[in-house]
Design a protein around this ligand. Sequence first.
Ligand code: DHK
Length: 157
Amino acid sequence: MRKSIFVLNGPNLNRLGKREPEIYGTTTLAEVETMCRAAAQGFPLEFRQTNSEAQLIDWIHEAIERGAGIIINPAAFSFTSLAILDALKMFEGPIVELHITNIHRRESMYHNSYVSKAATAVIAGLGARGYAVAVQAMGELLGTKEGQTFKRKSSAA
Ligand code: DHK
């Protein structure tokens, strides 16, 4: 049985589509999930959202046990949570950090993501379609021999 790709979403993303549509667009999280499942190339997909930092950490721990790869939009926790960074450092598979917006072009409080220190790759600024790009890339990576034996090098920090 193939391990799952975990797509984890942080706070306020449950309101995607209604939340500052001029910034985050009008695509709802349910529509994003549909896009992810269409892009999953046969990989089982766990698609979840929470406003709780502790729940996000528990899901990362679950992925450590039964996940092949993690795609995570930590939302505001990107910039505040060492606890999420520490949890991600325990995950040995590929991690794609995803932001709908280009966080580097936004206000300065959005510029420094702790999560990037554990991420294999970062996608930011593609809008909701970035999720499908992330799932497609993760599926391709995991589908290769390299992906199947993927062991993230632990970061120096
Ligand atoms: C989503 C959020 O909720 C914000 O807190 C981040 C991120 C940006 C996004 O672009 O997906 O700053």
